[in-house]
Design a protein around this ligand. Structure first.
Ligand SMILES: *Cc1c(COP(=O)(O)O)cnc(C)c1O
Length: 369
């Protein structure tokens, strides 16, 4: 079975000398934790976004956890987000003791229905957590207006949107802070786990630095606010520095692959990604939609091709979140879309040949389903 999930090996073949040099650079530096590579990566990643601060952390989930804590979210608070996301978005809200509150998604972009946000704000609402899912941004202007009106901070979940733009603004620069994951499959991926929080606010930056370092600041061994051990690894930071210089190249390649799919499925019943106004998509995943999704997936399996679904089960329907009290039917668009979407192979190192094979198979299957 050809599992078309991103595997790092083709990329590693191309970038091996640089990756191994990054590892050696760290091992020879004499500093394995919070050393020069983390510091340099933080500066470079902040600068890439035109912001003042970046704090490297151990993964994307904890980037959201620390981001929420730095914004003052804790026990008993509510955070508004979506159910059509990677479960870690919601797990992070749970981890700080807060309650996730979901709004539905737009049937065209599969992103947060911003016009539903105001109706679920209560006196316990403490933050808004839009997810720039699949690689394009949530409609931010109306969300920012709601945030300003109600005095709520926005934390952007940018785990899938490195380098994406929205009316010219970069994903991660539109909220009070933004959380990134560098899990290997992501648009900017490490060779292991990693994450970061970016912000333009010095006070938020200082809180994040304490939170990732046990809650300590000036004097080692003295905890000021109980925190975590949530540091970005020095080796991963040095690898990310090297890969950051190639990020725009990865994005360009993803857009070429997306354009090829768009052309191949024009005029078929397969719905290709729709861009919301002002969005430059980075195609972390290439999500398509078809009412006979399951039949298509089954037919592909007969040709030994296995495709992913992001995500087959909305978070509010998962047993681990039953306590939130959502019923089936609570979020009708989210639930309908989850039954119809699937992802075509998409990663910068995907070859033309591999893409052509999948395109040909799907085109044939579409004529028969
Ligand atoms: C990957 C992802 C996360 C979690 O990141 P990890 O590094 O795997 O912890 C959070 N939110 C979204 C939307 C993601 O895609």
């Amino acid at each position: 079975m050809t599992q078309y999930v991103w595997g790092y090996l083709p990329e590693y073949e191309k970038e091996r000398d640089d990756i191994l040099d990054a590892v050696d650079t760290v091992f020879r530096s004499g500093k394995l934790v919070l050393g020069p590579s983390v510091k340099a990566f933080e500066e470079e990643y902040a600068e890439y976004h035109g912001l003042a601060h970046c704090v490297g952390v151990d993964n994307g989930t904890n980037a959201i956890v620390l981001g929420l804590r730095a914004l003052g979210v804790g026990r008993g608070d509510e955070v508004i987000t979506v159910s059509n996301t990677a479960a870690p978005t919601v797990l992070a809200i749970d981890a700080v003791g807060a309650t996730p509150v979901f709004v539905d998604i737009d049937p065209d972009t599969y992103l947060m229905r911003v016009d539903q946000v105001e109706s679920v704000i209560t006196e316990r609402t403490k933050a808004l957590l839009p997810v720039h899912l699949y690689g394009q941004c949530v409609d931010m202007a109306p969300l920012e207006a709601i945030a300003a009106k109600h005095g709520l901070p926005i934390l952007e979940d940018c785990a899938q949107s490195h380098g994406a733009r929205h009316h010219g603004r970069m994903a991660g620069t539109m909220g009070k802070a933004a959380a990134f994951s560098f899990y290997p499959t992501k648009v900017l991926g490490a060779y292991g786990d990693g994450g970061a929080v970016i912000t333009d606010d010095a006070e938020t930056d200082a809180k994040l630095r304490r939170l990732r370092y046990y809650g300590m600041e000036k004097v080692y061994y003295v905890v000021e606010t109980p925190g975590y051990n949530s540091r970005l690894d020095e080796v991963q930071a040095e690898i990310l520095r090297r890969k950051l210089t190639r990020l725009d190249g990865y994005l360009a390649r993803r857009r070429v692959i997306a354009a090829r799919y768009e052309e191949a499925f024009a005029g078929t019943e397969l719905i290709t990604p729709r861009l919301a106004p002002g969005n430059d998509h980075v195609y972390y995943v290439y999500v398509v939609r078809h009412p006979k999704r399951d039949a298509i997936i089954e037919a592909l399996k007969e040709h030994d091709v296995s495709l992913n679904i992001s995500y087959p089960w909305p978070v509010h329907t998962q047993s681990g979140f039953a306590h939130l009290g959502y019923q089936k039917g609570s979020l009708p668009v989210t639930e309908e879309v989850a039954d119809q979407i699937f992802s075509l192979p998409m990663y910068a190192s995907l070859s033309d040949l591999e893409q052509e094979r999948v395109v040909g198979l799907v085109q044939d299957i579409l004529k028969k389903v």
